[in-house]
Design a protein around this ligand. Structure first.
Ligand code: PRX
Length: 648
């Protein structure tokens, strides 16, 4: 933490929708009378039939139920496209910047309409109906957004799976929500390298035992050779030629499911986080407007992938609901050079730039020169998301990227929250590097102690949210029990975020990171249990324990302790083989950074692995192991310490 405070720049106070007083007044209004507040905000989208009930939510133990605008009828694609056509048909909706700097596309709202309708018709011809689940496994090309919006147009429920996931991970996600249709591309392109998406889909489908995929729609991206299964697989460009560019938007209820997005928890397989239509869109649009202070004509760029919630809410739905121009980038920050982000900003005159701390830290290592050779004069606002931003990275982002001119909005939220819950507003909030600052409208954060008692004033503890907001997830797909158990049982009656948090004397929130067995690697969320089960699936592994450790670029790195089957020799080759194994089982984002062979793991006498000790060893804090008196075999710990792997 630093004591430095950055006041709202004078021109921001003038330009922004809200200054500090307006923020305070609006925040108070949102808590005083949530019904009236959200009844009003709900009007920021168009409804085919208006709502009469605004908020009908309960966090009651065993009976959690969340409904917003429940009798309203609308359509997300209609709101993101059709309603803008009278005024914005020729305005650019999506700027696409390819992996190769020579490739770009500009898609107007009219073109977006036509493309989305065609895509919807292609899906309709493959029997996709209201409520059906469709899995989207795509690179960052405009067709990914068209596919999402096409599902929304039909009232189908999309499940976007990040293109970096393995066939196994894809298969379990297709199966969990029983998607009959998968949308993919021949290959993806990132940093000049090809990603075999269609081949991965083929491999995933071959693993399915419980359901059958009827159709695979394949968008041509690279033109690489792929296997096309007759009767099942169809080229999108061929199917699209046979359909019109008109497709009615389905009328769906506010609580009709919009999408499922799988995310990791402390235990078990990733959960299908379910978001619905009305409340989600109102909340995504509203936060996009105020947090990024989005004004007419601004060029806005969020560098996330559509495979994550940030891509859903802040590349596609929030910006398009606001009639914005949103930039979609296929590539990576360091290709062809470390200047790429800043060159893209200059090329497209980006005003608002939203990225992750891990990217900032990686680019910071390359020094100021790659930045300083670009102008970045168009930039007005910077954003950060996905993990705590360390003050050094914040200062560099502010000083070098933003030339000390641009406020930084450090936005805290989660897949489950649908949109930003804690963040500065650029015209209203004085900034403290490393703090996500204050709650958004309608959000009641509380810092609680281990017993769940809310703490007043400056305090440190766990972060819970005391009441519902419209963008909140509604359930875990197909498992409402698990939803209630995961989020509402630790502190009954409150939504538990899984994050630790400190509130300072100014009422600012500082997120300290996860307090459960979830780790955050380069802003990618992962359950340690997932990596462990991938490791023990290897025939030579008998047991594995995985923890996070501080990593200068990734935020957290993955540290794996592995016990081998008896008689198996720990060798360098085997170490490499296990790392590759995890990559193949889950995907490259899950590769262990450090892997230590451990003849034994520290366990209690009842056989429970003491992760606290493993964490301390991985964090290099041997002197501070805490109470080890309950260990069955204390000698195990000395052995682990003496063979600790060194950080890269
Ligand atoms: O630990 C918090 C961290 O990311 C987690 C949510 O991850 P995910 O669902 O993948 O969503 C990421 C994008 C919204 C949180 O529980 N996190 C996210 N944003 C921040 C953050 N930690 C600190 N500061 C943030 N701004």
């Amino acid at each position: 933490m630093t004591d430095k405070i950055y006041d709202v720049p004078a021109e921001w106070a003038k330009r922004a929708f809200l200054d500090d007083r307006a923020y305070q007044a609006k925040y108070e209004a949102s808590l005083r009378d949530p019904e009236a507040f959200w009844a009003d905000e709900g009007k920021r989208i168009e409804w085919f039939e208006p709502y009469s009930v605004v908020k009908n939510t309960s966090f009651a133990p065993g009976n959690v139920s969340i409904k917003w605008f429940e009798d309203g009828v609308t359509n997300v694609a209609w709101n993101c496209i059709d309603r803008h056509l009278p005024t914005r048909a020729d305005q650019v909706a999506i700027i696409w910047e390819g992996d190769d700097p020579s490739e770009q596309r500009h898609i107007t709202y009219q073109e977006l309409h036509d493309e989305v309708c065609r895509f919807a018709n292609v899906l309709r011809n493959r029997n996709v109906e209201k409520g059906d689940r469709v899995t989207i496994y795509m690179p960052m090309i405009p067709e990914a957004a068209f596919a999402m919006l096409a599902c929304a147009r039909l009232g189908a429920v999309h499940s976007v799976v990040f293109g970096g996931f393995s066939p196994d991970s894809l298969a379990s996600r297709i199966s969990d929500c029983s998607s009959k249709v998968v949308i993919t591309a021949d290959e993806g392109l990132r940093g000049g390298r090809k990603v075999p998406l269609k081949a991965n889909v083929d491999a995933a489908i071959a693993k399915l035992t419980d359901i059958e995929v009827d159709h695979v729609v394949v968008v041509r991206r690279t033109g690489g050779t792929v296997n096309m299964e007759p009767g099942r697989d169809v080229w999108y460009h061929e199917a699209a030629e046979l359909v019109t560019r008109h497709c009615p938007a389905a009328h769906v209820n506010a609580e009709h499911p919009l999408f499922i997005l799988y995310t990791s928890g402390s235990t078990g397989l990733p959960k299908g986080v379910l978001h619905t239509t009305g409340g989600y869109l109102v909340y995504a649009a509203m936060t996009h407007q105020y947090v990024f202070d989005y004004h007419e004509g601004d060029i806005y760029w969020c560098t996330a992938d559509v495979g994550w919630v940030t891509g859903h809410s802040y590349i596609v739905y929030g910006p398009l609901a606001n009639g914005a121009t949103t930039l979609m980038f296929e590539g990576v920050p360091n290709y062809p050079t470390n200047s790429r982000f800043w060159e893209v900003i200059d090329k497209h005159k980006v005003n608002i730039f939203y990225t992750a701390p891990t990217a900032i830290r990686a680019l910071m290592q390359g020094g100021d020169a790659p930045v300083k050779k670009t102008s970045r004069a168009s930039l007005r606002l910077l954003g950060s998301v996905g993990e705590p931003i360390n003050p050094e990275a914040w200062e560099w982002y502010h000083r070098v990227i933003g030339d000390e001119r641009c406020p930084i909005v450090d936005t805290w939220w989660q897949t489950e929250t649908g949109g930003i819950l804690i963040s500065p507003l650029p015209g209203a909030t004085a900034l403290k590097p490393g703090s996500a600052t204050r709650p958004f409208f309608g959000i009641i954060p509380e810092v609680v102690d281990a017993e769940g008692k809310p703490l007043d004033g400056p305090a440190e503890g766990n972060l819970v949210i005391a009441d519902s907001w419209p963008g909140q997830m509604r359930t875990v797909y197909g498992d409402h029990e698990r939803f209630m158990q995961t989020y509402f049982s630790t502190y009954p009656g409150k939504y538990f975020t899984g994050d630790g948090c400190r509130r300072d004397a100014d009422g600012y929130y500082w997120i300290t990171g996860r307090v459960d067995d979830v780790i955050n690697v380069s802003g990618h969320r992962m359950g340690t249990a997932e990596v462990e089960s991938a490791l023990v699936a290897h025939p030579k592994v008998s047991e594995a324990a995985v923890v996070g450790y501080p990593h200068t670029i990734k935020g957290q790195g993955i540290y794996a302790y592995v016990t081998l089957m008896s008689g198996i020799e720990p060798t360098e080759e085997l170490r490499k083989e296990l790392v590759i194994w995890v990559r193949q089982e889950i995907g490259p984002i899950a590769s262990p950074d450090l892997l230590q062979f451990a003849p034994g793991l520290p366990k209690t006498r009842s056989g429970k692995i003491m992760r606290r000790i493993l964490r301390k060893i991985a964090e290099d804090e041997f002197g501070n192991l805490g109470d080890t008196s309950t260990l069955a075999d204390p000698a195990v710990v000395d052995d682990l310490i003496s063979h600790r792997q060194n950080k890269k």
